[in-house]
Design a protein around this ligand. Structure first.
Ligand code: AP5
Length: 242
C-alpha cells in the first residue's frame, strides 16, 4: 500500500477520496445506517463495523449465548436497551485490530453514547497517522422509523436488507439474490422498536453534539430514496474530509 494512504491522506491526486478513514453513521433505529453502510463499503472497499451485528452473531453462537453474559445481553437487547459500554468497546477494539480497517471503515451503531464516543477518540488519537472519526447523521421522522423497523426483513445468508412496505423482495419472503427465506429481527416488533426509539432519543443527543462542536459532523435527509441519501452521505463525507 502507498505510504500516503497509510499516513491517512484522505484525498488522492485525482481529487477523489482514496482513504476515507473512520466514518460514523449516526441515526435512530431504522434510519437506514445499515443500508447506507453497505453502499459505502462497496464504494471504497472498506468494512462495516456494526456493533448490533456483532452482538447478534454472539447471540447465535450456542456457546457464548449460554454464558451468563450471553443471557444478560439477550435480555438487554430484547428490552430495547443498550448493552454496557465496556462490553461493546471491547468488541470494537478487537475488530479494529483486523488489517482490513487500515484505509477506513464504516461505524454503524457505535459510538451511540457519549462515553463510547470519548473512548473511541482516545483510542484513535493514540494511533499514529490515523484520521479522526467523521459523523454523518441520517435524519428520519418517528412515524417513518416505526414503519421501517416493523417492515424490515433481512437475508440471513447475504445480509441484504428489504422492507415489506418500501423495498419488498421480488418473490414473497425470499432473497432476490440467493433465494434464502427472509428473517425478521427479534427486536423489530412494534413494542421493542418503540423502546429502542426512546432509548436512542435519550442517549444520542450528546453524541451528535460531541462531533458537531469538533467540526466533524454533517446531517442528511434520510427520507429520500436510498440512492439520493447515499449521494448526500458521500457529499458530506467529501466535505468533511477536504
Ligand atoms: P443495531 O443493530 O445497531 O440497531 P439500530 O441502531 O437500532 O439500527 P437498525 O439496524 O435497526 O437500523 P438501521 O439504521 O441500520 O436501518 P436499516 O438500514 O436496516 O442495534 C441493535 C441493538 O444492539 C440495540 O438496541 C442495543 O441493544 C445493541 N447495541 C448495538 N450497538 C450498541 C452500542 N454501541 N452500545 C450499546 N448497545 C448497542 O433500514 C431499516 C429499514 O428501512 C429497512 O427495511 C430498509 O430497507 C429501509 N430503508 C432504509 N433506507 C431507506 C430509505 N431511504 N427509504 C425507504 N426505506 C429505507
Amino acid at each position: 500500500m502507498p505510504v500516503a494512504e497509510i499516513r491517512g491522506d484522505a484525498v488522492g491526486v485525482s481529487g477523489k477520496i482514496v482513504t476515507p478513514g473512520p466514518i460514523l453513521l449516526l441515526g435512530a433505529p431504522g434510519a437506514g445506517k445499515g443500508t447506507q453502510a453497505k453502499i459505502l463499503m462497496a464504494e471504497w472497499s472498506i468494512p462495516q463495523i456494526s456493533t448490533g451485528d456483532l452482538l447478534r452473531e454472539m447471540r447465535k453462537d450456542p456457546v457464548r449465548s449460554a454464558t451468563s453474559l450471553g443471557k444478560q445481553i439477550r435480555q438487554i437487547m430484547d428490552a430495547g436497551q443498550l448493552v454496557p459500554n465496556d462490553l461493546v468497546q471491547a468488541m470494537v477494539l478487537e475488530r479494529l485490530k483486523l488489517p482490513d480497517t487500515v484505509r477506513g471503515y464504516v461505524l454503524d451503531g457505535f459510538p451511540r453514547t457519549l462515553p463510547q464516543a470519548e473512548w473511541l477518540d482516545e483510542q484513535l488519537s493514540a494511533k499514529p497517522n490515523t484520521l479522526p472519526v467523521i459523523a454523518v447523521n441520517v435524519r428520519v421522522s418517528y412515524t417513518n422509523l416505526l414503519q421501517r423497523l416493523t417492515g424490515r426483513r433481512n437475508c440471513p445468508a447475504c445480509g441484504r436488507i428489504y422492507n415489506i412496505y418500501s423495498h419488498p423482495p421480488q418473490k414473497d419472503a425470499v432473497c432476490d439474490v440467493d433465494g434464502t427465506a427472509l428473517a425478521r429481527r427479534a427486536d423489530d416488533s412494534e413494542s421493542i422498536a418503540c423502546e429502542r426509539l426512546r432509548t436512542h432519543e435519550a442517549l444520542t443527543a450528546p453524541v451528535v453534539e460531541h462531533y458537531r462542536v469538533r467540526g466533524r459532523f454533517a446531517e442528511v435527509d434520510g427520507e429520500l430514496p436510498v440512492e439520493d441519501v447515499a449521494r448526500s452521505v458521500m457529499d458530506a463525507i467529501a466535505r468533511l474530509r477536504s
